[in-house]
Design a protein around this ligand. Structure first.
Ligand code: FES
Length: 102
């Protein structure tokens, strides 16, 4: 379900460095990690800071504003997993990253 939208060229996504993208104008954060690409909403679940400016350690992304930490695989806030940022399914096709948006 949803719409598949092109978000980035895979070659422009460096391993382990969060990158902002705007498929269909939506703020999405892409992270290439271990042969996979993860896509999350680029807005912190706390106060909406852009997570693309955060620091990545393994699969844990730390928000640049108040240091909340999220798992990029499921979007969950590590200290309270009932809070999370939205995640989107990402797919690599013909060297491009597509994300499935609602
Ligand atoms: S806005 Fe991200 S931790 Fe506060």
């Amino acid at each position: 379900m949803g719409t598949s939208a092109e978000a980035a060229e895979l070659s422009k996504l460096p391993e382990g460095r969060p990158a902002a993208a705007f498929p269909l104008g939506l703020p999405v954060l892409l992270v290439r990690r271990g042969g996979e690409v993860y896509a999350l909403e680029n807005r912190c679940a706390h106060m909406g800071c852009p997570l693309a400016a955060g620091k990545l350690d393994g699969y844990v992304l730390q928000c640049p504003c108040h240091d909340w930490r999220f798992d990029i695989r499921d979007g969950k806030f590590l200290d309270a997993p009932e809070l999370a940022v939205k995640i989107y399914a990402a797919e690599i096709k013909d060297g491009k990253v597509f994300v499935r948006l609602p």
